[in-house]
Ligand binder design. Structure first.
Ligand code: NZQ
Ligand code: ZN
Length: 396
């Protein structure tokens, strides 16, 4: 196992119906002026906005509104938030939403404390921010695990890039599965698939040998798959909803990544397509993953075969053969069957497997995405930009 240091700063409040008590408890620890950050309006339609405002008022807070954070949050929106934080002397940022609201707030939290431009500071100066306005998250859409880490994915519209920036860790995350019940089922499923993708991208990182993080990861992946089926069968299955919420947290709280360099190449390709198309993150990943793994088949055979058997329950046709004792040809067959099982799962849960299903058909967009995609170091095979373009076209 690779060496690591691990420290985790995010307090977790998990449980059906926990939001009110958890928020009031946390508000005792923060200053008076609170920025309430939220998305495009679901929070108002569902009545959550009124409840949160009431809980904040009962906690003695002055609330400043920062709404309209869009899916795939833009850098311009980050700058708007940072201006409000400075102008209104905000003591604490409360993000109420999914990955987009939470990510936007992480960079608002750092940009508000910086004189320089946060994008250039990271991508030109390679400096990590050091000072932050404290923040916490009430999660209304799980899957990204954005509340668990300090990475944010921001779309820089001017530069046509959707890429990571690093901001604050939240001091707390409120994971109340009741708050996710108003989400459309398609979004619940694409969020849960995002969690599965995080697990797979971590599992397929380097080194390819299996450590304890990978074995825990296998259990989380099986749990996500089981509970996606459960929630499709019964959207009122609160147990499954809670499990998926904690799976999402587990995939991004760092535990599964210990002792590894993660891959996340599939994510970077999806983000690049997202920069040009604004496509839904989980759906884009669903389209890419099986084809991406076919491109990794030679370099990652053993790990893909292990995942096939341990996660997808694939069996060899040859009696007594497993990924542990298979010869090279059979190992490849097991790996291929695992990729087919992943693809069948994606279709079975109603997610897309081709760009055409979400109206992405323009080769120029796919070429631009491959030319600007961020190349990660963790992949067992470093793909060229031309191969990424071929992969993207195979998904049409
Ligand atoms: O904006 P509103 O009106 O609130 O509607 C949102 C949005 O349209 C809606 N929604 C959220 N909670 C709801 C709800 N609708 C009804 N009831 C609720 N309880 O859902 C829509 C999608 O929300 P969004 O936050 O965009 O979705 P998600 O949580 O999937 O976040 C996606 C973003 O997170 C980034 C993605 O790239 C994308 O920008 N990611 C962040 C990561 C991180 N920081 O670690 C990791 C991920 O891999 C991912 O890249
Ligand atoms: Zn993701």
């Amino acid at each position: 196992m690779n060496s690591f240091n691990y420290q985790y700063p995010v307090r977790q409040h998990f449980g059906k119906g926990c939001a009110e008590n958890a928020l009031k408890e946390e508000m005792k620890k923060v200053g008076k002026q609170v920025l309430l950050a939220y998305g495009g309006g679901s929070i108002k339609r569902t009545g959550l906005y009124d409840k949160i405002c009431q809980w904040l008022e009962e906690s003695g807070k002055e609330v400043v509104d920062f709404g309209g954070i869009m899916p795939n949050p833009t850098y311009a929106k980050v700058q708007e938030g940072a201006r409000i934080v400075r102008d209104e002397h905000i003591d604490f940022i409360l993000a109420v939403g999914g990955g987009s609201v939470i990510d936007c707030c992480k960079i608002v939290s750092s940009q508000a404390m910086m004189d320089v431009d946060a994008w250039d500071d990271w991508y030109v100066g390679h400096n990590l921010p050091k000072e932050f306005v404290p923040m916490g998250a009430v999660v209304t859409a799980s899957g990204t695990g954005a509340e668990q880490n300090n990475g944010a994915v921001i779309t820089n519209e001017e530069k046509k890039l959707k890429q990571p920036l690093f901001g604050a860790f939240h001091s707390f995350a409120i994971l109340d599965s009741d708050l996710t019940k108003t989400q459309p089922m398609k979004q619940v499923i694409s969020g849960a698939f995002d969690t599965l993708s995080h697990c797979m991208e971590t599992y397929m990182g380097k080194p390819q040998s299996t450590n304890v993080s990978d074995e825990v990861n296998e259990a989380v992946m099986r749990n996500v798959i089981k509970n996606i089926h459960a929630i499709i069968a019964d959207p009122d299955d609160d147990f499954a909803r809670g499990e998926l919420m904690w799976d999402s947290a587990m995939a991004e709280n760092g535990l599964l990544k210990l002792g590894k360099v993660t891959d996340f190449q599939c994510h970077m390709i999806e983000h690049a397509v997202g920069a040009y198309t604004d496509c839904n993150h989980g759906q884009g990943l669903a389209i890419l993953h099986p084809t991406f793994y076919r491109h990794l088949l030679n370099a990652g055979t053993a790990k893909l075969a292990r995942m096939a058997q341990e996660v997808w329950g694939v069996k060899s046709d040859v009696e007594g053969v497993t990924y542990r004792n298979a010869d090279a040809a059979e190992l490849r067959t097991i790996a291929e069957k695992g990729i087919a099982a992943l693809e069948a799962f994606i279709k079975g849960i109603g997610l897309p497997t081709h760009w055409s299903e979400i109206d992405i058909t323009d080769d120029a967009v796919l070429r631009a995405a491959s030319d600007t995609c961020f190349i990660t170091p963790g992949c067992c095979k470093q793909m060229s930009r031309n191969e990424i373009f071929e992969l993207l076209k195979e998904c049409k």
